[in-house]
Design a protein around this ligand. Structure first.
Ligand code: HEC
Length: 190
């Protein structure tokens, strides 16, 4: 396993954990993926909290729409890709692939294990496939309910209807699986 994946060149990633110039073991890739989730999730959450503090939930929605893809792109490069997905998406661009959907269905039954969000990964040598893919569950927290819960305020709902006419991402309760972070690594994306 150790020598199947070529060396990773990580120096161009501003938020990346330590670069490893030698071939990576699966364990190292998982560590890199965990680091990316931590950075991406953390940046997103603080940006969201700041936007809500500044202009309430409706402001948070607008900011989330712009910054979520931006922060994801900033944390991605020619080899690493980071995104979020869900069984019930707000943004149709985040719809799950078949493999992701299977993982989400299992995660929905048990989003948290031993106090930690459930994670899953796969190493593949198939052509055209990411060499490594990783997912980590996102459980719904209390602070998510204003925009993803059961009782959405009318002004918030109006903003969601305007920006996301196909929104499926409401009706969640605390502890439900809201979605998952998806990290993949491949030799070259083009
Ligand atoms: C201020 C409103 C708001 C709050 C609060 C909020 N979200 Fe969202 N969420 C959004 C918006 C808007 C999108 C769509 C972003 C986009 O267009 O990519 C979204 C998308 C997502 C997605 C991507 C999948 C999808 O449905 O498109 C996940 C996962 C997610 N939110 C999880 C959470 C979690 C977990 C919390 C709480 C920690 C949370 N959100 C809090 C507004 C919010």
């Amino acid at each position: 396993m150790k020598h199947l994946l070529p060396a990773l060149i990580l120096s161009s990633l501003p938020l990346m954990v330590q670069a490893q110039p030698q071939d990576q073991s699966t364990e190292q890739l998982v560590e890199e993926a965990r680091g990316l989730v931590k950075q991406f999730g953390g940046s997103l959450k603080s940006a969201l909290q700041a936007a809500i503090k500044e202009g309430g939930l409706t402001n948070g929605i607008g900011v989330c729409k712009t910054i979520a893809p931006e922060i994801a792109a900033k944390n991605s490069d020619a080899h690493w890709t980071i995104s979020r997905t869900s069984l019930k998406v707000r943004n149709p661009d985040n719809a799950a692939t078949e493999w992701q959907q299977l993982q989400l269905e299992a995660m929905a039954r048990q989003p948290v294990k031993d106090g930690k969000p459930v994670e899953v990964w796969q190493v593949s040598e198939a052509k055209g496939e990411p060499g490594f893919k990783y997912m980590s569950a996102i459980p719904t927290q209390q602070m998510c309910l204003g925009c993803h819960g059961k009782n959405i305020e009318p002004d918030v709902q109006a903003k969601l209807d305007e920006l996301y006419p196909e929104d499926q991402a409401t009706g969640f309760s605390e502890g439900d699986l809201r979605g998952a972070f998806v990290i993949s690594w491949q030799q070259d994306r083009d």
